[in-house]
Design a protein around this ligand. Structure first.
Ligand SMILES: NC(=O)c1ccc[n+]([C@@H]2O[C@H](COP(=O)([O-])OP(=O)(O)OC[C@H]3O[C@@H](n4cnc5c(N)ncnc54)[C@H](OP(=O)(O)O)[C@@H]3O)[C@@H](O)[C@H]2O)c1
Length: 245
């Protein structure tokens, strides 16, 4: 009975970019299902607010302020998890975002580097760091947050598209490498989600966009899917077109 109400009880989940938006909603959803949460992002006060929320309904939450672009901070994050919990059941590589829309011939290399580093490189590196823990226990799940922008390239979004296409390729390769260890691997590709990442735009009807909770629900579904199956790619679109016609 308890297992059905709290299917993730006893499990430890790490969510990057947990300070707001999709990551925050995902952390709350997983903790409602019983998981202990490790919350990583750069903005400590926001992480503390999410942790307090989680503790208010009786679950454990650990805040580890982390810039995912920094390899030493990623190593320190994983060391902290090893020391505190000696296990990691679920990694959600969610931290990310894009730079303002820029045409390729006008883009600044530093912006490309940031976009690729936070969305792609950090996903690859953090996955590499946690994998030994999962392989040893022959269990775990890794959920990467991609984007519809990682399935079709659009003008002005070259670096973001390259990063999210990269995340898709990485996810597919990762699945092939670890599937026989019983480790689930999934890519969730949302369309427009109503978060701070999407700036105000008069052409967009925000109430028609996905809510962060919709993406969180998809992560929860991956985490609780049957051990026999793996929802390797989930394309999540708003039901109604959020662009005014
Ligand atoms: N919103 C959309 O329409 C949409 C659609 C498809 C995919 N996505 C993807 O969904 C993910 C979450 O985005 P969101 O919409 O929830 O945007 P958001 O509200 O802007 O949240 C982005 C999160 O990433 C964290 N982050 C950014 N840079 C970081 C860094 N260097 N180190 C650690 N954390 C960092 C931010 O935390 P701090 O600033 O506190 O570090 C924040 O928690 C991203 O990967 C994004 O590409 C979004």
């Amino acid at each position: 009975m308890l297992e059905r109400a709290f299917p993730l009880a006893g499990q430890v989940a790490l969510v990057t970019g947990a300070s707001r938006g999709i990551g925050r909603a995902t952390a709350l959803r997983l903790s409602q299902a019983g998981a202990t949460l490790v919350l990583a992002a750069r903005t400590e006060p926001s992480l503390q607010e999410v942790a307090e929320h989680i503790r208010s309904f009786g679950r454990e939450a650990l805040v580890v302020p982390t810039d995912v672009a920094d390899p030493r901070q990623l190593e320190a994050l994983v060391t902290t998890i090893q020391q505190q919990f000696r296990r990691l059941d679920l990694l959600v590589n969610n931290a990310g975002g894009g730079s303002p829309r820029t045409l390729i011939h006008k883009a600044r290399p530093a912006e490309w580097e940031w976009t690729l580093r936070v969305n792609l490189w950090a996903t690859m590196t953090l996955t590499q760091l946690v994998l030994p823990m999962m392989i040893e226990r022959r269990a775990g799940a890794i959920v990467n947050i991609g984007s519809v922008a990682g399935m079709t390239g659009k003008a002005g979004e070259a670096a973001y598209a390259a990063a999210k296409f990269g995340v898709r390729g990485f996810t597919q390769a990762l699945f092939e490498e670890v599937r026989d260890y019983g480790i689930k691997v999934a890519l969730i590709c949302p369309g427009y989600v109503d978060t701070a990442m999407i700036p105000p735009n008069r052409r967009l009807e925000r109430e028609k966009m996905l809510a962060p909770e919709d993406v969180a629900e998809a992560v929860y579904q991956v985490a609780t899917s049957s051990p026999r199956s793996c929802p390797l790619e989930i394309l999540l679109q708003p039901q109604h077109n959020p662009f005014r016609t």
